[in-house]
Design a protein around this ligand. Structure first.
Ligand code: SF4
Ligand code: SF4
Length: 100
């Protein structure tokens, strides 16, 4: 696995909810901060319509790509290294906010 993506992807969908990737912007004609029309969730796992056709188009499969830092109290966490359940909880909270 690449040193750039040392943590596995749990398909929480957070990255796609935060912004639409270049491939999504191109294929769906939406802006970076528009909700990607290619994103859906099945059994709480993110599904990308483009990846279903060809994973290489979106460069998926390398690992978690979120470089964000999460701060709780005086501790700083790397999003990619968070436990799977916490990643999914954060993604669900963002989904609810985007749907409101
Ligand atoms: S095209 Fe796929 S990888 Fe890109 S933002 Fe949309 S759902 Fe995510
Ligand atoms: S935020 Fe990380 S773990 Fe979640 S879907 Fe994106 S790459 Fe995978």
């Amino acid at each position: 696995m690449s040193a750039e993506f040392p943590f596995p992807c749990c398909r929480c969908g957070y990255c796609c909810l935060v912004e639409t990737c270049p491939a999504g912007q191109f294929f769906f004609g939406v802006g970076r901060y528009s909700l990607c029309p290619g994103l859906s969730f099945q059994d709480d796992q993110a599904v990308c319509q483009i990846a279903l056709i060809d994973l290489e188009i979106i460069g998926g499969g390398a690992g978690c790509c979120i470089k964000a830092r999460a701060v709780k109290g005086d501790k700083v966490y790397d999003f990619a290294s968070l436990p799977v359940d916490l990643k999914k909880d954060l993604a669900q909270a963002l989904r609810r906010r985007k749907a409101a």
